[in-house]
Design a protein around this ligand. Structure first.
Ligand SMILES: Nc1ncnc2c1ncn2[C@@H]1O[C@H](COP(=O)(O)OP(=O)(O)OP(=O)(O)O)[C@@H](O)[C@H]1O
Length: 706
């Protein structure tokens, strides 16, 4: 049975499964790299033989206390000790013991820290187990995450494929279980059930081949673990009545009837096979669910053989899962309100239908209706996206990416389509060539770009404000088809204080996963100015983490799907290069100057700015460009904007307020004239000074590398 109160679960993960099994005296058929046991949490360090003693009770609490001495002087993979705090859903790795025999004091300190943390966890768990402790409801995002995760487990085991179960059916089922948990508050929560299901999955995966289980057995296993917290109404009639009146009964019916629609023939020999496995928690859960399956008539007031299309009036309603969460989920994966509306109306419809064939849609019907259109193409593309998301989620999990931070990074920093092309940028030819070479060639010839030819770890773009540094970074991402992470260093240091180092780590891990990627760090000076006594401790730590991560770029052990080293280019920009400290400067190996545009680039810029706008013949672009020598790119953009508005402003000024509403666009949309430019030129000044430029040139002469 699932624990009714929060518990600590102690995991010992080792690289060598057999040695862990030996060491912990666990049953040998638990052939998983993750060995689970309820924690008695006696962890003592024995300095005389450099070992720690862990005493573990099995999950039935105290039937087989296991005491074992685990050597910490192993040369093997380090032991990783985690505490899983069930109500919190997170597994917290609280310590990683040294892999090699180190300094005795280090090991002792490590163990002591571990003990302190276990105490803390215990206290917290004790506190949270008080009956009055409120249980936080699942957010939509969490629910989506769990459901996606569970779908992935089912897919990974191959059961969906082997049983031909449509994903929409499975998803509706999973959401209905989640809903049932929420409206049927019991000792167990959906979060715990999800965690339980994961544990079951690991055992299933390890035994799948050897035990020769049928796919439906595995799926029953997973679903049983998931639903075991949902108790069927007690045999006590009064209690049953009370429960039914609270609609618990119907929620249980929901999950049961869908389960039945998936498995009309639950395996009969399954329990016998299961006896070979010492995994009491889920065996108990499974028994509960199989007994429900075996007694449909007593539990549900419906005919014994339930198919997707059977049922009567009220049962029909009860069998329709609560799909609001499904809709929200699907909407969030496809992102269109109209589709959401269509689906909502579809899901609401069966309640009104009285025909005996309208209870639960067949998988094929659901697949079609779910897209809101008869065509299968949108469904295919959405499925592609879901599969892609799933693969990504798997990779994130494999690489230990914190899900919440990943979400924040995706929301705040990941720009999917910057949509700036090289041709949108006037001049800066050298920078364009250098940037595309630095990124494109290593991707094309990874074998060549090794050793001394390894790609640049980082490139610094420096120059006065408004000269196109940000545009260049975006164009790199568009033209070189890389994933683009746009990070403002000052935001990183301020907004994320406390979490910033972790954020930096997560950012780089994600960049490797999404390789080839560009991480653009604007205003790098704000995070990496030369160390001074006044430097904030947390900024210093963020900077250090950034340096560490940049060192890892190009030397990562993480490989892409095709076995290549991930390509992550750090592109930094600053208007104040002289503030950069030496450590950062060294890592930004290529340092290039993005200066104000020359005559040709200014002409180009004017043409780009006026693209699609009518101009009169007296506009002499070459002449204007000469007049604005020393202007930055953004100054030129402002000039053109001003010139384009000049005529309009004058016309608007001549109109009375009442005429403003009736004036036609064509009347205002007149071509830009040479005179407009003359007037605009009188107003717009260059934002750059000669001294500034000299300072950049001096810095580039000292430290530049392009
Ligand atoms: N070379 C250029 N080609 C076309 N437009 C440019 C160019 N340089 C600057 N601009 C214009 O100036 C605006 C600002 O450019 P951008 O933000 O890339 O400059 P920046 O060098 O990153 O400035 P800052 O250092 O202030 O962040 C752009 O939106 C664009 O309109």
């Amino acid at each position: 049975m699932l624990p009714s109160s929060p518990q600590l679960i102690f995991w010992v993960r080792t690289g060598d499964v057999s040695s862990a099994i030996r060491t912990l005296a666990l049953p040998t058929n638990v052939a998983s790299t993750e060995i689970r046991a309820a924690l008695l949490a006696d962890l003592k360090f024995n300095p005389s033989n450099l070992s720690f003693v862990v005493t573990i009770k099995d999950s039935q609490q105290c039937s087989h206390p296991l005491t074992s001495s685990i050597p910490v002087n192993t040369e093997a993979t380090p032991y990783q000790v985690s505490v899983l705090d069930l109500p919190q859903r997170d597994t917290t790795v609280i310590s990683e013991l040294p892999a090699k025999r180190g300094d005795l004091d280090d090991v002792r300190a490590e163990i002591q820290a571990l003990q302190r943390q276990i105490c803390l966890f215990k206290k917290r768990a004790g506190h949270e187990s008080e009956p009055s402790a409120p249980r936080s409801a699942l957010t939509d995002e969490e629910a989506q995450e769990y459901v996606l995760d569970l779908e992935m487990l089912a897919i990974e085991l191959g059961v969906t494929r082997d049983l031909g179960i449509d994903l929409p059916v499975l998803r509706r089922f999973l959401f209905s279980i989640k809903d049932a948990f929420e409206s049927n508050p019991g000792p167990t929560h959906f979060r715990q059930s999800h965690q339980m299901t994961r544990s079951v999955f690991h055992v299933l995966q390890a035994n799948y081949a050897t035990a020769k289980w049928k796919p439906q057995d595995s799926l029953v296993c997973l679903l049983s673990a998931l639903t075991c917290g949902l108790r069927r109404p007690s045999s006590d009639k009064a209690a049953t009545k009370a429960q039914a009146s609270k609609t618990n009964h119907y929620h249980a019916q929901d999950q049961f009837s869908i389960l039945m629609s998936l498995f009309n023939n639950p395996s009969t020999n399954f329990l016998a096979q299961l006896d070979a496995i010492d995994f009491k928690d889920f065996k108990e859960a499974l028994k509960n669910n199989l007994s429900i399956l075996a007694a449909p008539r007593s539990f549900l007031d419906i005919p014994p053989r339930i198919t997707n299309t059977s049922g009567t009036g009220e049962q029909k309603q009860s069998q329709i899962p609560s799909v609001s969460a499904v809709d929200r989920f699907n909407a969030s994966t496809t992102g269109t309100t109209s589709q959401l509306k269509r689906r909502t109306s579809w899901t609401a419809a069966p309640k009104k239908v009285t025909s005996a064939t309208a209870t639960v849609d067949k998988p094929s019907q659901i697949a079609t209706k779910d897209t809101g259109a008869p065509s299968t193409a949108p469904a295919a593309s959405r499925n592609d996206k879901i599969m892609k998301d799933r693969e990504l989620a798997k990779l994130y999990e494999k690489e230990g990416v914190d899900k919440e931070l990943a979400l924040l990074i995706r929301q705040d920093m990941l720009e999917l389509a910057p949509n700036v092309r090289w041709t949108d940028i006037a001049g800066q030819e050298e920078a364009k060539t250098l940037l595309s070479e630095a990124l494109v060639l290593p991707a094309l010839m990874p074998d060549f770009f090794k050793g001394i030819r390894r790609p640049w770890r980082g490139i610094l773009m420096t120059g006065p404000p408004g000269t196109g540094k940000t545009m260049l970074a975006k164009a790199v991402a568009t033209e070189c088809k890389t994933t683009f992470f746009n990070v403002s260093a000052s935001t990183l240091a301020s907004k994320w204080r406390g979490e910033s180092e972790k954020l930096v780590r997560t950012l780089f891990t994600m960049a490797r996963i999404h390789s080839p990627s560009t991480i653009f760090i604007d205003e790098i000076d704000s995070i990496s100015s030369a160390r001074g006594g006044h430097e904030h401790e947390s900024s210093r730590r963020v900077k250090t983490e950034l340096l560490v991560q940049m060192d890892g770029v190009g030397t990562s052990a993480t490989r892409t799907a095709n076995g290549q080293e991930p390509i992550v280019m750090v592109l930094a920009a600053t208007n104040l290069p002289w503030l950069l400290d030496e450590a950062m400067r060294r890592r930004l190996e290529k340092r290039i100057y993005i200066g104000p545009p020359d005559q040709l680039a200014r002409e180009q810029m004017i043409r780009i700015s006026l693209n699609g706008i009518r101009v009169t013949e007296d506009v002499d672009v070459e002449q204007i460009a000469k007049q604005i020598a020393g202007f930055s790119g953004s100054d030129i953009a402002n000039l053109c904007r001003d010139a384009a508005m000049m005529n309009l402003r004058q016309k608007m000024r001549a109109l009375k307020p009442s005429q403003l509403h009736t004036v036609k666009t064509e009347e205002l949309d007149t071509p830009i004239s040479g005179n407009d430019f003359t007037q605009a030129l009188a107003k717009v000044q260059s934002s750059l000074s000669g001294n500034d430029i000299e300072r950049y040139e001096q810095w580039l002469a000292d430290y530049g590398s392009a």
